[in-house]
Design a protein around this ligand. Structure first.
Ligand code: OGA
Ligand code: NI
Length: 258
């Protein structure tokens, strides 16, 4: 965790020239550095640079990663392998808790490219005017967030935004919208955002454990309750991902209305 944070601070502190090699506004590129948000919106720009990398399977992904600073590939590889282990362990604990069979999430449900976002929020002279990342739900299975020592992450709870105070050496875990569907609404995805501050730059690192794009997602039969009230339609993950990128109220579109 420490190595990863230090490396990424070094990355974002590189010269403009060094970083511009990785910069692209082409959303189809799997690995790229960009500014602002993927959630295209009118109005003020978001106060963020983001290094996006895909990381699974590792041996294919790693060849496309930056090689500056020097230890980049070695440090990131170690981090993503361990992050994945933590997430798979959490999923199996969720299975135990919900009485789903062990390994329910193995295979295509977690076989996607596992994108990581390294978010860099520079100090912002007027944090009231913009956000780092706008309000959103993570659209994947489950997300591990290394939130760092500086606060910025907020979650929506009963209509209010609440700050998630950083805990040293801890991760924040976000339940993704696909788990909400698979558990037929038993585990809910939480809306969150990142605010900026005027005092210190902040780095956060998100690892998005994701389904394969062509994976079919549907409520687990075991969890559709006794009355067989099915709350969500089946879907192909790629369709969901495409809709959520357009910032629609995507969950609503996949809910079964009474
Ligand atoms: C994200 C995210 C929050 C943060 O990258 O999906 O929610 O605190 N980031 O940076
Ligand atoms: Ni998020």
């Amino acid at each position: 965790m420490k190595d990863m944070m230090e490396l990424m601070a070094e990355f974002f502190n590189m010269s403009m020239e060094d970083k511009s090699e990785y910069y692209s506004d082409d959303q189809a590129k799997k690995n790229r550095l960009f500014s602002g948000s993927m959630y295209a919106k009118e109005g003020p720009k978001f106060w963020r640079d983001c290094l996006r990398l895909v990381s699974y399977p590792l041996d294919e992904s790693i060849k496309e990663w930056p090689q500056k600073p020097k230890r980049f590939r070695e440090v990131v590889a170690r981090f993503v392998v361990e992050a994945r282990e933590v997430l798979m362990l959490l999923l199996n604990l969720i299975c135990q808790g919900l009485e789903l069979k062990e390994g329910y999430f193995d295979g295509d449900l977690t076989g996607g490219e596992m994108p990581i976002h390294v978010n860099y929020y520079p100090t912002c002279p007027n944090p009231d005017l913009t956000l780092g990342v706008p309000a959103h739900f993570d659209n994947n299975i489950i997300t591990l967030l290394l939130s760092g020592a500086i606060s910025g992450l907020q979650i929506k709870h009963q209509g209010n935004w609440i700050g998630v105070e950083p805990v040293p050496n801890a991760f924040a875990i976000n339940i993704g919208q696909q788990i909400e569907i698979i558990t037929n609404g038993m585990l809910r995805s939480v809306e969150h955002r990142a605010v900026t501050n005027a005092v210190a730059a902040r780095i956060s690192i998100a690892v998005f454990l994701s389904p394969k794009m062509d994976c079919h997602i549907m409520p687990a039969e075991e969890l559709v309750n006794k009355k067989k009230v099915l709350l969500y339609k089946s879907l192909v993950f790629e369709d969901f991902a495409r809709s959520s990128a357009k910032n629609e109220d995507v969950m609503d579109a996949f809910k079964i209305k009474a």
